[in-house]
Design a protein around this ligand. Structure first.
Ligand code: K7E
Ligand code: CUA
Length: 664
């Protein structure tokens, strides 16, 4: 989100002035450099050695494609979970079992740009079961299982380009949504191969409702709503009074397709789109949807076989709101709205126009009344536009510059991040008056209060995720650390407690009390339940077999040896598959597996699990393999050899170990 300097804007007059200022500023530096941290701040973030943090904080990895996990209030990094990007450290995307997770209709795509972690909810409150995260670039949604802190499933979103307004959840995680950032032409090849200039005629948007299966976490697309062509940015579910509705911010109602920074900033107001998803659900049940041919992949990791499955799906149900009149409504929202946030009571919807000098607060019951009375201000490409004055509770006047995102403390206050004026402003949902403000260092994007987009926030902290760190950390070459800042909000005044660096660009993050996650943890996989087709449930089951050019090695690992650890009869031209089962049945005893020269990564195999490394030997000789994870006093002894002979060799295939358990 670092802003380019756009001198060509000087040519534009009038309304462009404010915009120019906004566009060229990297965020003002707060004038009162009140970087003064109160004396007792340190004690408020100090988690003494051996004790646990109070909250888990799930932070998007941005262009790292991953999600990282921190403890709050200490800011300690606990884990970096591979999601959309392959990870050599764990073998994710490198082992045969995990490769299908990253399959798309474009083939294997080992990277994405992830912005928004969203915890699954039960009755409108984060439940600690899953954390969803969106892939922006090759539109996908991932579901991370918080019992293993691993990616359980990934679904690709068809008819979508830039899955940004995603993956926000309904109050019982019936659905998570995916709204397209870029509108595009859809349909057959001929329908998609059109001039870019024909945006108005041919480009459309979609918002998709994805259903995660409660037991397995498998995801499928329940339905897709087709919309006028523009950009969808963010979204949030209704709750309590507004349960059954979803709200999306949209910009580029100008329908620009070039130089959007100017051309999509013309109109005074864009929209927040209100979607009646319960109605949509009903229409689908009544068969009012249209089955449209598409192609997308749905990938799922099975903990019984320790392997991912990837399936191609060929159709999606689409609803057209020009025919189904009461499905969506537009509410005018100044100006190029970014965040779209719903307060804990579900009554108020906050739109954050990033080029606006005020924050509009929409009121759900007024929206309903306006719909009931057909209180419209015309339509936008066939979709009714509600009258701004009729649906608004009021505006927060002059709160700051460049509002982006809002979270809530559950005590009647909203906290909005201001990118340009680089601050968090706390304001009252009742009076719409600012009540406190605090500078951020610098240029805040999202902010996070534990449970801050849910029915019941744990309003103790707010965490700022900043775009620029400048002078906050020791310099590290051209790229500086990405940053988060922790503030306490349990008093009247927000108080800065801690800076901590993050991985990739943190956009959004969510946090949840540790107890809601901690008790779910899987400590190891039961080896008796291992259904991997190449499992060895003991050293006696290990073997080696040739199937033409393929050599399969059934291997086990246990402190501190592999079985087999000597293999001969492998030839140049072979493809060798090491199927390694970790026989340990204890917490935190993974074994690694690596072999010299493999054009691959290591495997890191959890207790009770089987993982496969594919190796194509390319040189004759005796090749060492070893365990990469320091697992015992004799970890350095955990090694073996593979003899590789020329392609025409007669060396018989054999595998052995001198282990007594192997019985050989
Ligand atoms: Cu504001 Cu992608 Cu949610 Cu970044 S987004 S900040
Ligand atoms: Cu096993 Cu080191």
């Amino acid at each position: 989100m670092k802003r380019p300097l756009l001198t060509s804007l000087l040519l534009l007059g009038g309304a462009a002035t404010v915009f120019l200022a906004i566009n060229t500023m990297q965020g003002c530096r707060p004038r009162t450099a009140q970087a003064v941290v109160q004396g007792d701040a340190a004690s408020k973030v100090y988690v003494k050695p051996g004790s646990y943090d109070e909250f888990y904080n799930f932070v998007s990895g941005g262009f790292s494609g991953q999600m990282s996990v921190y403890g709050i209030p200490s800011g300690r990094l606990l884990r970096n979970i591979p999601v959309f990007t392959e990870d050599a450290m764990s073998g994710y995307g490198f082992s045969e079992e995990t490769k299908p997770m990253l399959m798309t209709t474009h083939g294997y795509v080992p990277w994405d740009d992830s912005h928004h972690p969203e915890l699954s909810q039960t009755d409108g409150v984060p439940d600690g079961k899953w954390c969803f995260i969106n892939g922006n670039n090759t539109p996908r949604i991932a579901l991370v299982d918080l019992s293993t802190f691993r990616t359980r499933s990934i679904i690709e979103i068809p008819n979508c380009a830039g899955n940004h307004s995603s993956p926000f959840t309904t109050p019982n995680s019936e659905y998570v949504v995916a709204g397209t950032r870029f509108s595009i032409p859809m349909g057959t090849d001929a329908e998609r191969d059109v001039p870019i200039e024909s945006y108005r005629e041919n480009f459309k948007g979609t918002v998709s409702f994805i259903h995660p299966e409660p037991g397995t976490g498998k995801m499928s697309i329940a339905f897709q709503i087709i919309t006028p062509g523009m950009n969808f940015d963010l979204a949030h579910t209704g709750k309590l009074v507004s349960d059954g509705w979803f709200f999306f911010s949209c910009y580029n109602s100008e329908q620009a397709f070039s130089l959007l920074e100017v051309n999509a900033s013309q109109r005074d107001k864009d929209f927040v789109m209100a979607v009646n998803w319960k109605k949509a659900e009903q229409y689908v049940k009544e068969g009012k949807g249209r089955k449209v041919p598409v192609q997308y992949r749905s990938n799922w990791y099975n903990d019984a076989t320790h392997s991912a499955e990837s399936n191609v799906v060929n159709e999606v149900v689409q609803l057209d709101p020009r025919e189904l009149k009461d499905l969506i409504y537009f509410m005018p929202c100044p100006k190029s709205p970014h965040g779209c946030d719903v307060d804990p009571t579900g009554q108020y919807i906050v739109g954050s126009g990033k080029l606006a000098a005020l924050i509009p607060v929409f009121e759900f019951k007024k929206i309903q009344a306006a719909i009931a009375k057909n209180d419209f201000d015309g339509d936008f490409l066939g979709i009714p536009v509600l009258k701004y004055e009729s649906v608004i509770k009021g505006e927060v006047k002059k709160p700051g510059l460049g509002p982006l995102h809002t979270e809530f403390d559950g005590k009647g206050n909203a906290y909005t991040s201001f990118f340009v004026s680089s601050e968090i402003v706390k304001w009252s949902l009742e009076t719409l008056e600012p009540v406190d403000r605090v500078p951020t260092y610098y240029s805040i994007g999202h902010l996070c209060i534990p449970g801050g987009d849910s029915k019941s926030p744990w309003g103790k902290y707010v965490i700022a995720y900043n775009k620029i760190t400048k002078d906050r950390y020791l310099p590290t070459g051209p790229e500086l650390a990405q940053s988060a800042q922790l503030f306490s909000i349990d008093g009247d005044k927000m108080e800065l407690l801690l800076d901590f660096p993050t991985i990739g660009e943190p956009h959004y993050a969510q946090a949840i009390p540790a107890d809601l996650v901690k008790s779910r943890e899987v400590k190891f996989f039961d080896i008796n339940k291992n259904q991997h087709p190449y499992v060895s449930k003991g050293e006696k089951e290990t073997k080696v077999e040739r199937k033409g050019k393929e050599v399969h090695v059934w291997m086990t690992s246990i402190r501190s040896h592999f079985t087999p650890d000597n293999i001969e009869g492998v030839k140049l031209g072979d493809e060798v598959y090491f199927h390694v089962t970790n026989l340990e049945q204890d917490w935190d005893v993974p074994h690694g597996f690596a072999i010299k020269g493999a054009a691959n990564a290591e495997l890191l195999i959890m207790p009770g699990e089987t993982q496969t490394l594919k190796w194509i030997p390319d040189q004759v000789g005796v090749v060492p393999m070893y365990c990469t994870d320091f697992c015992s006093a004799l970890h350095q002894e955990m090694q073996g050899y593979v003899r590789v002979s020329p392609a025409n060799s007669n060396v018989p295939l054999k595998a052995e170990t001198r282990s007594v358990d192997a019985g050989s």
